[in-house]
Design a protein around this ligand. Sequence first.
Ligand SMILES: Cc1cc2nc3c(=O)[nH]c(=O)nc-3n(C[C@H](O)[C@H](O)[C@H](O)COP(=O)(O)O)c2cc1C
Length: 214
Amino acid sequence: MIQRKLFCFGILFLFFTITQSLRADVKLPDPLKNGGTGIFTLLEQRASGTRNAFPTGKISDTELATILWAATGLNRSGKGWTVPMGQGKKPYVKIYAVRPDGAYYYDWNTHTLKTITDKNIMKEINNDGFVQSSPVVLIFVSDPSEMGAMARFNEGNAVASILTGAMTQDIYLAADSLGISARYMVSLNEDKIKNAFGLKEGEVPLCIMPLGKR
Ligand SMILES: Cc1cc2nc3c(=O)[nH]c(=O)nc-3n(C[C@H](O)[C@H](O)[C@H](O)COP(=O)(O)O)c2cc1C
């Protein structure tokens, strides 16, 4: 009898644990794909959020979904990408999103934030107060395992850095259209990020981008 109760308790515990971790993933809403500020206006006004007055307004899931899609989303009815991907490959730079409620890997395929931790790791990624107070910080990580033959051109993370430049510029423009400030930054705590996300050999955090609604 006791064994049976223990068994039932075990099953319940397992069920609870699994549903808790599933619930933590965030299926993002569809990104906005039309409207917004005109491209030439955006180019004329593009600027980084300033270090001494970086905005801290919250970013909605639709806004984050739109920014992530602009950086690494499929377009042309699923035949191409919003950024030029070498040899038309799948994204070989991964994007992680860190918020006070946890840290996530952005899965472009399912358009989902996959929960890595529900701990607040804002203070671990960079030492700047304005970054730690941002509602969202994106982290760009090279992923040589998706580069195929292009990996041989990736010395010094060259291939990954070219893609990161395109992704972050798309983010500057899409974010500005939503009234959101962004800042491209190379100062980051590499070891802490590698640890927090369990990065594999060859996966390197290249830059971060705090975001904040004005
Ligand atoms: C390669 C690169 C690295 C950067 N790294 C940092 C950084 O570590 N910290 C920071 O506060 N800003 C960083 N920035 C942001 C620049 O300082 C910012 O873009 C510059 O001040 C120009 O401002 P603007 O983007 O408004 O034109 C970086 C920008 C680039 C292009």
